[in-house]
Design a protein around this ligand. Sequence first.
Ligand SMILES: C[S@@+](CC[C@H](N)C(=O)[O-])C[C@H]1O[C@@H](n2cnc3c(N)ncnc32)[C@H](O)[C@@H]1O
Length: 255
Amino acid sequence: MAEAIVRLRVAGCVFAEDEAAALGAAAAGEAELARLVDRRALGEPLEQVVGYADFSGVRVRLRPGVFVPRVRSELLVRVAAEATRPGDVVVDLCCGSGALGLAVRHRRPAIDLHAADVDPTAVACARDNLGGNVYQGDLFDALPVALRGRIRVLLANVPYVATRHIPLLPAEARDHEPHTALDGGDDGLDVFRAVVAGAYGWLAPGGIVLSEITEAQAKTACAAVRSAGLDADLRSDEDLEASVIVGRKTVAPVR
Ligand SMILES: C[S@@+](CC[C@H](N)C(=O)[O-])C[C@H]1O[C@@H](n2cnc3c(N)ncnc32)[C@H](O)[C@@H]1O
């Protein structure tokens, strides 16, 4: 173990002792520990190396090449759980590992959860975490048509980094997470715009679509939500340094 700590420290890992302990617990023996330490020393995210991330009260299984759930995304989980009642259809679109859906279902076990992603590795990982109802395909094309008009909460933690900012990301993300998981186009909102444009038809009356965005994107994102026929609201958490845009399909008053 001492050797692992030294290797990790030399590689620049700030929490070398903690990481060595996590790698030691994940490895079946000395030879495997050495292999895991090598991967970590080469910059692979710890979560991908040990095969899990602890996120918002749940342990999420991970695979190499799958987006590592971020602590700030707990705000999405909180807002989604607040809006959810037993039996509601909740969809985790752009689900990656399925972390968000898993965490919401942990808080609201009686939901009817579905998840989808375009990336087959992410879909396989989400199936590890969620079991059934995980589909592969481009945004709404992946979903069973029977969900149309029935979704109470549409979680969509889409890629939202502007293309020109990708080179500024930490190497762990840039080199070990697929660019399809990060790159949101010129202003970072390309995938978001596609989601909100399709959301109205898939949401139940009163249903909401939720996406994490940056503060700088808030004005443009609100405009996109409104032009898709949804009410727009912004939720923020300073501690998490997170902002979430909420688009709601309002129910027209009965006359
Ligand atoms: C920022 S990651 C979020 C993953 C997960 N929701 C989370 O928070 O941990 C974005 C995910 O969107 C997926 N994605 C990107 N474009 C997509 C598309 N057109 N249709 C479906 N999924 C897409 C990526 O494969 C990636 O898993």
